[in-house]
Ligand binder design. Structure first.
Ligand code: 16G
Ligand code: ZN
Length: 556
């Protein structure tokens, strides 16, 4: 009992307002910062239990991502850097909503259910974004961990993906990299520099990139990382937090939803720009053309660029190997076998959500001949689906995503790199694959890592942002939110693309969609706000707008 004495005492310093209930949602707890002190303390407790249970280091990130500066939030990171499992999301909600006098009872209930050995040591990594409330809230997490006797490492200000990376590095004993911010910069910058060596004669203009830091942590971290990139990327940072408010009229979410450039950025015609969100786990690109038209390159375009590049590299390995087979020496035949596997047996798939633009899906399936799979919204769903493939490229249209390489795929690639008996073309392709793996943060979507991958791919392929944009043309689309008395009456199926309840809603949507050309529409209850989201796309912007409007009327 003595071990809970401190929890009992310290929890009084982080009291739960009576009657307040909150849910561990799609991306953890998220609400106005003033409601979160007790949640943070309790998440410190839960992370300690999770660490004892998994005998690994667990992460706790204090952030509310793209939400307004006044909000805050918290999410737990599992041992390999992935989101905490669904079962523990349930415990998080259970612990968060326990009234003050039943906190210990709920805590013991989890310990019993999970059969946790309380004598096991615990280690929790904690990070925070730049919100004014983050300092005291992350202190509450640290208090929670220490009151259960866990060890903490406070990383202070880091991006969400940096903390995911640290947790993974720690639990893989350095195999993934060194668990420091400097280790992160070194790993990524080395891979980036190796990749860009393959792009000759880049002009300063091609190296120049305008970055909107959303007045958040991403801007701060890009400043730290800049020297590591040795001018191979020349960043012009705006919304760097020196004056503006976090996520206010800027950042990836603003740009994606408003489909316009952020404030506080001077953009010349044709210039390549990107925006991070408030915790730097999302990124979108854009430019304006000579007619002043805004062009957005969202998560779908990013997935297409990266998967096309990876597929080409795998094909190059295969083709060059086929040639060496023609020489018919014994060793060549052996090499062919190894490479044949790399070229043929590695299946690339792209994982999208219902929000993926219809043109992107069509391009990937029909032109690129890449497998496409659709999951529910929320990174954890995409991440799990991507784990099913040798190479799983996943991106939400909103710009959150990464690439996962299976252990077997990584091993095959590493073996080929070591193989000294290879021709130059194949060696180049295999090395590019290896450096690309090192540049990607496989734990979670990462704006900094994604940005460097995109910049490297554009450089290697000699593409401008306009060339990239021209790969396919987005279908005009519109997103709307509708406020209803209870959004939970809407239940969906088929990766949220069809409504099962209320009765008649899907039939109504179907008949509205039929009125338009190349049209598609769906509705889903939001996992982060008390609204229903409506998505529509059609052959023209006018049609997409009016379909979205009509569907939102059907939702009432
Ligand atoms: C969260 C999710 C994001 C998803 C969004 C949908 C994570 C880390 N973030 O921000 O992936 O797109 O929720 O929000 O999972 P919605 O349910 O309100 O549309
Ligand atoms: Zn975010």
């Amino acid at each position: 009992m003595a071990q809970f004495e401190e929890v009992s005492q310290k929890s009084k310093l982080h009291p739960k307002p009576e009657g307040l209930t909150l849910q561990y949602g799609t991306a953890g707890f998220r609400t106005h910062a003033k409601h979160l002190d007790h949640i943070m303390f309790r998440m410190g407790l839960l992370a300690t239990l999770r660490s004892k249970k998994t005998k690994s280091t667990i992460g706790v990130m204090v952030t509310a991502s793209h939400n307004p500066e006044e909000d805050n939030g918290v999410k737990l990171i599992d041992p390999m850097g992935e989101m905490v499992t669904a079962m523990w999301e349930g415990y998080a909600t259970q612990l968060a909503n326990a009234e003050q006098d039943s906190l210990l009872k709920e805590l013991k209930d989890i310990i019993e259910k999970e059969d946790i050995d309380m004598s096991q040591t615990a280690s929790v990594y904690v990070g925070k974004d730049t919100r004014p409330s983050s300092a005291s809230l992350s202190q509450a997490v640290l208090d929670g961990v220490s009151s259960l006797g866990g060890k903490t490492h406070d990383y202070g200000l880091v991006t969400t993906p940096q903390l995911h990376y640290m947790v993974c590095c720690c639990n893989t004993h350095g195999c993934y990299g060194s668990p420091t911010v400097e280790g992160y910069y070194q790993k990524l910058s080395q891979a980036f520099l190796q990749l860009t060596q393959n792009a000759s004669n880049r002009t300063d203009d091609q190296k120049r990139l305008l970055v909107d830091g959303a007045n958040g942590i991403g801007a701060l971290k890009m400043r730290e990382m800049e020297p590591f990139l040795r001018s191979e990327l020349q960043l012009v940072l705006s919304n760097d937090g020196s004056s503006g408010k976090l996520n206010h009229m800027c950042g990836a979410d603003y740009v994606k939803v408003q489909q316009k450039a952020p404030q506080g950025m001077n953009i010349a015609v044709g210039e390549r720009c990107c925006s991070f969100d408030g915790d730097a786990d999302r990124i979108v690109y854009y430019y304006t053309d000579s007619k002043g038209c805004f062009h957005l390159l969202d998560g779908d375009k990013i997935a297409t660029l990266i998967s096309t590049y990876l597929k080409e590299l795998l094909t190059q390995v295969l083709h060059t190997q086929t040639r060496s087979k023609m020489k018919t020496s014994t060793s060549d035949i052996y090499l062919f076998c190894v490479c044949f596997q790399a070229g043929l047996n590695l299946q690339i798939a792209v994982v999208q959500t219902a929000y993926a633009n219809g043109s992107s899906t069509r391009y990937l399936e029909d032109v690129m001949k890449v497998a496409v799979c659709c999951t529910k919204t929320g990174v954890k769903h995409l991440h799990h689906a991507a784990q099913e493939y040798d190479i799983g490229v996943y991106f939400e249209a909103n710009g959150h995503g990464t690439v996962l390489f299976s252990k077997a795929a990584q091993k095959q690639i590493q073996e080929l790199v070591k193989d000294s008996d290879t021709n130059d073309e194949r060696k180049r392709a295999v090395k590019l694959l290896e450096s690309t793996i090192n540049l990607i943060n496989q734990t979670v979507g990462d704006a900094i890592s994604d940005m460097l991958v995109i910049e490297a791919v554009l450089a290697i392929r000699g593409m401008s942002v306009q060339d990239w944009d021209a790969i396919y043309t987005d279908l005009p689309n519109r997103q709307l939110k509708v406020t209803v008395s209870d959004r939970r009456v809407i239940d969906t199926t088929d990766a949220e693309r069809r409504a099962v309840t209320p009765e008649g809603l899907q039939d109504a949507i179907d008949s509205l969609v039929k009125k338009y050309k190349s049209a598609r529409s769906f509705v889903r209850p939001s996992g982060t706000e008390d609204v229903v989201r409506v998505y529509a796309e059609a052959d023209t912007q006018e049609n997409a707008d009016s379909l979205a409007h009509e569907v939102s009327l059907a939702v009432y």
